[in-house]
Design a protein around this ligand. Sequence first.
Ligand SMILES: *Cc1c(COP(=O)(O)O)cnc(C)c1O
Length: 224
Amino acid sequence: MSDTATDRLASVQAELRRAESDGNRENGSVTLIAVSKTFEANDIRPVLGAGQRVFGENRVQEAMGKWPGLREEFEGVELHLIGPLQSNKAKEAVQTFDVIHTVDRQKIAKALKAEMDKQGRDLPCFVQVNTGEEPQKAGISPKETDAFVTFCQNDIRLNIVGLMCIPPVEEAPGPHFALLEEIAKRNSLKQLSMGMSSDYEIAVGFGATHVRVGSAIFGARDYP
Ligand SMILES: *Cc1c(COP(=O)(O)O)cnc(C)c1O
């Protein structure tokens, strides 16, 4: 690994392009989300300076502290919420983020829709699927996903663009990526948010359109 975040960003981009070519995917078709959670504006600025514009954060409060200022310094930032959301934070989430990856229950879907209507924003959303059916993990279970996607699209008209998953840490990710791809296909959803620092190349092979890469760019975090 090279020693600065901008060097590591360049390596990740190069490996992503290689994974696209290996998987017969169009060059540049996979969006790299640089996950900047736990890192401060000073750590993020060089990565913005290198041209990266798509970032992910997992906490609404933390994002509200860093990103309004960074958006004033750099044009064209696209901020993705990749962490669990509570409905009492829906207002701030809709104000702060451009894309939401973690819609996983009716209450949060309704709260987001109400806030988007109020603020006149129509954010693309992913439904988070708990592919490993882990009790402690966020996400809707695979067998409930079809009905939930239909509810979001038809009953409340939330703009669902795709599915997101975080495979169990102790398992091979491939079967989880394959399952997410299959559920997306049968629901006619085109976008797949899957793959992190350790497995984004694998995710591209299973059709990821968005990979969420943190530590491979910013370095190790002090807390998760
Ligand atoms: C932290 C986080 C990532 C990035 O993880 P790395 O292993 O550091 O790449 C990706 N997705 C989600 C949902 C995260 O919370």
